[in-house]
Write a protein that binds this ligand. Structure first.
Ligand code: GUN
Ligand code: FE
Length: 424
């Protein structure tokens, strides 16, 4: 992978609410690592091949920091129940199908392609509790060019026994075996994944916390999504004042922790996230579909929390992160109304930052197309949309957030590799 040079209208999100725009610019990477965005091609690259994209938009690709791979088959279905009933009625029976490796292979191959074809190149993903299907998921993501973290789910209580629940010792054993078996993946790495507090016994949480510390592994789970769930956690852990403490108690609460939803996290819970450096994953589609609530994202940002976006399929009904970005902006407007017009909504530039740079930060990247970042980019044509008068790159990006167009995505790079090309 020597030198890649992409020419076009380059737009990136170097800070929350800011767009950096270079028209007729050059995005350059060497060995998959960005060296810069240049208004004119530097002398040292003279003679190198340039991929000229005309005036197409060259954008950062997306990071989807929370989604459930085994819920892909139920996408767009069964969203007439609140969280806990929804899990029992639809989700657990769907995930139970992944005991079958052939079924897993077929579903996960499609999912991996759809992610790339939607411009999502980085993920933090829940698998099911099945070790074999989890390895298949990792293989298919790696094959398609998706990068990031995948977690074999741990759940040893309140599942759907016998088809979707583990014995405690079995869960520990399978997790260790899975970690041994997934050492050779290059772009997909393991993340410890206790489903949520009600799914895991204290003994299992304790084991996972110690394992995370011993091996330096990141952790993902759910937090304060739904009021019924929060009341249940309180019953299960009467010694914990708040939900987050059930994770903190077992060492599952630090700067490498992702917590999805956080719809009902109050000032105290949010302060605990900020102090520990936990990243909130905002899942606006899911929060609305299964009537969880409207997360206070503006308050979180104001308080200095790290916030990224997740499609949370299949609570969420959109895998495409442009759609999720638009949903996050809409949710922030609903929140503004609920807050009696007292909080600001997210601008398009802010929403897009959350879906790109904020998610990339979990992988250690700097915001925007910063030199030193691995090249994660997409080329988007908006030729099929009317442009009867001149439009600025910002207006064009704004419209692309809200409007899906056929064949708009022309190419995708993931960790320096060209993983999709519309010409193929
Ligand atoms: N909490 C525990 N499991 C799940 C899940 O699969 N989806 C969502 N949205 N919340 C959860
Ligand atoms: Fe989820």
């Amino acid at each position: 992978m020597p030198i890649t040079i992409i020419k076009g209208t380059i737009v990136s999100a170097p800070a929350l609410g800011e767009l950096e725009i270079t028209e007729n610019g050059y995005l350059v990477s060497e060995d998959g690592i960005i060296t810069g965005v240049f208004p004119a091609l530097p002398e040292r690259y003279a003679g190198a091949e340039v991929e000229d994209c005309g005036d197409a938009l060259i954008l950062q690709s997306f990071a989807d920091l929370h989604l459930h791979a085994p819920q892909y088959p139920m996408l767009g279905m069964g969203m007439d129940l609140p969280l806990l009933d929804w899990l029992n009625a639809y989700t657990f029976p769907t995930e139970a199908r992944f005991a079958d490796p052939d079924y897993a292979r077929e579903v996960y191959r499609r999912l991996a392609r759809e992610l790339i074809e939607g411009g999502t190149t980085r993920v933090c993903m829940f698998s099911s509790l099945h070790r074999e299907a989890t390895l298949i998921l990792m293989e298919e993501l790696e094959r398609a060019g998706v990068t990031g973290y995948v977690g074999k789910v741990n759940m040893d209580r309140n599942g759907l026994p016998p088809v979707l629940q583990e014995e405690t010792e079995e869960s520990k054993r399978e997790t260790l075996l899975w970690l041994d078996q997934c050492r050779d993946f290059r772009h997909i790495k393991p993340i410890l994944t206790p489903r949520f507090t009600p799914s895991c016994t204290d003994g299992l949480l304790d084991f996972l916390g110690k394992l995370a510390a011993e091996r330096g592994l990141p952790v993902q789970s759910h937090l304060s999504e739904n009021t019924g769930e929060i009341a249940w956690v309180k019953e299960l852990h009467p010694d914990c004042g708040q939900y987050w403490e059930t994770y903190a108690k077992y060492g599952l609460w630090n700067g490498r922790t992702l917590m999805a939803h956080c719809v009902w996290s109050d000032g105290r819970e949010r302060a605990a996230m900020r102090e520990a450096g936990v990243t909130v994953v905002h899942c606006p589609d899911s929060n609305q579909n299964i009537c969880s609530g409207v997360a206070p994202v503006r308050a979180m940002l104001k308080e200095g929390l790290k916030v990224a976006l997740g499609s949370d399929i299949a609570g969420g009904d959109h895998l495409n992160m442009f759609d999720v970005t638009a949903a996050a902006i809409r949710a922030s407007k609903a929140r503004r109304i609920l807050d009696d017009w007292g909080t600001d909504f997210l601008t398009v530039a802010e929403g897009w930052y959350l879906g790109t740079s904020a998610g990339a930060a979990f992988f250690g990247e700097r915001p925007g197309f910063a030199p030193g970042n691995p090249l994660h980019a997409l080329v988007l044509e908006d030729r099929d949309l009317p442009r009867p008068h001149p439009m600025t790159p910002q207006e064009r990006l704004e419209r692309c957030v809200y409007r899906r167009q056929k064949n708009a995505l022309r190419a995708v790079w993931s960790a320096g590799r060209k993983v999709y090309s519309a010409e193929l």
